[in-house]
Design a protein around this ligand. Structure first.
Ligand SMILES: [Zn+2]
Length: 349
């Protein structure tokens, strides 16, 4: 591992980071390539703990959470609340598992309801055989469906996709014992994503809405959302309108400024929109073809160099950018006979 790579993943090292004011960062392991860990944040007071996000329902994550809490003087049974930023398995599933034993209260953004229903249908075999298969067909990525089927991957954790105890609406103030957190609806990464903002302490629990090292995947969710990228860019603008804060992300280290990272993410999507438009102008028509025509990651890698999971993300992200270009009238959208999305340069009016 190079020095740069080692530094890049320093935040995933097991342990507890004291962020001051009774707030602690506890990274928990993930079995996902590239992501490596998810940060759970403990907000403590003498009576107990409230957690932002929960980790994945697998034994190593559960044990590391218990160890982290023990290090700061608490047990799993002291967790009163899980405030979960979004429905993804690495954030939600351990909360559901721990609730069975400890009766902690789970809160989740109300717009995640559609994803919860769609996920249950998928798991029970009424929908796609795996996450996003119908979507990939529409995006012209039949090859990826074949490859994914060949992998026949089991979900990394088998959990019951149970409802939370409480659905949170945009703007809800959560009165904790030591601070007030405002839940702000930031759709894009998923349709029901929430960030939790403590304006007084100038900190933001950003979930996967703002990540320091990577650009969050867009609209990777069971219910699907064709407007995911325009929603996301709108959510970035909404977050930029809030006072600047320390960034406490779900993946990556704590950094100084939400505003600074939001500006970088907005610039990234502007560049990606330009690249996407160029690819359509060069004659690439389906989201899959366009994704293969552009460069990925900050190292500008070819699509074929990405792992399978990243290729799926890349095709979805390309589709999201094409949809924004279509909304702006820069490309025209049509649907081929077999149901595949096609894009071409908009006719000059
Ligand atoms: Zn995540």
């Amino acid at each position: 591992m190079s020095h740069a790579t080692a530094d890049r993943y320093a935040w995933t090292e097991p342990g507890v980071e004291d962020l001051g004011g009774g707030v602690y960062r506890i990274p928990l392991p993930l079995p996902m390539e590239g992501l490596k860990a998810v940060n759970v944040y403990a907000i403590t007071d003498p009576g107990g703990v409230d957690l932002i996000d929960a980790g994945i329902a697998l034994v190593p994550a559960r044990e590391q959470l218990a160890a982290g809490l023990r290090q700061i003087g608490y047990e799993l049974g002291d967790v009163r609340n899980f405030f979960v930023t979004h429905i993804h398995i690495d954030h939600y599933s351990l909360a559901v598992e721990l609730r069975r034993t400890f009766h902690s209260v789970i809160s989740l953004g109300e717009q995640e309801h559609a994803n919860l229903i769609a996920t249950r249908e998928m798991v029970n075999g009424h929908g796609n055989r795996f996450f996003g298969a119908d979507g990939l067909r529409r995006l012209g990525a039949l090859e990826l469906i074949t490859e994914l089927s060949a992998h026949n991957r089991q979900p990394p954790a088998l959990i019951e996709w149970e409802d939370p105890d409480r659905w949170l609406t945009d703007g809800t103030d959560l009165d904790l014992r030591t601070r007030t957190l405002r839940a702000v609806h930031t759709p894009g990464h998923t349709r029901g994503h929430l960030i939790f903002h403590d304006a007084a302490a100038k900190i933001m629990f950003a979930g996967d809405h703002i990540l320091p090292y990577i650009t969050p995947s867009i609209g990777f969710e069971a219910a699907g959302n064709r407007m995911a990228l325009s929603d996301y860019v709108g959510s970035l603008a909404k977050t930029l309108a809030l006072p600047d804060a320390r960034l406490l992300p779900a993946h990556g280290p704590v950094t100084r400024s939400t505003h600074r990272r939001i500006r970088e993410l907005l610039a990234h999507h502007d560049t990606r929109l330009d690249e996407t438009l160029n690819a359509v102008q060069a004659g690439h028509a389906t989201p899959y073809e366009v994704a293969k025509a552009i460069k990925w990651t900050r190292r500008h890698r070819q699509f074929s160099e990405l792992d399978l999971f990243s290729q799926v993300q890349a095709v979805n992200e390309t589709a999201a950018h094409l949809e924004v270009l279509a909304i702006r009238g820069q490309v025209a959208h049509s649907v081929a006979a077999e149901g595949t999305d096609l894009y071409q340069v908009a006719a000059a009016s």
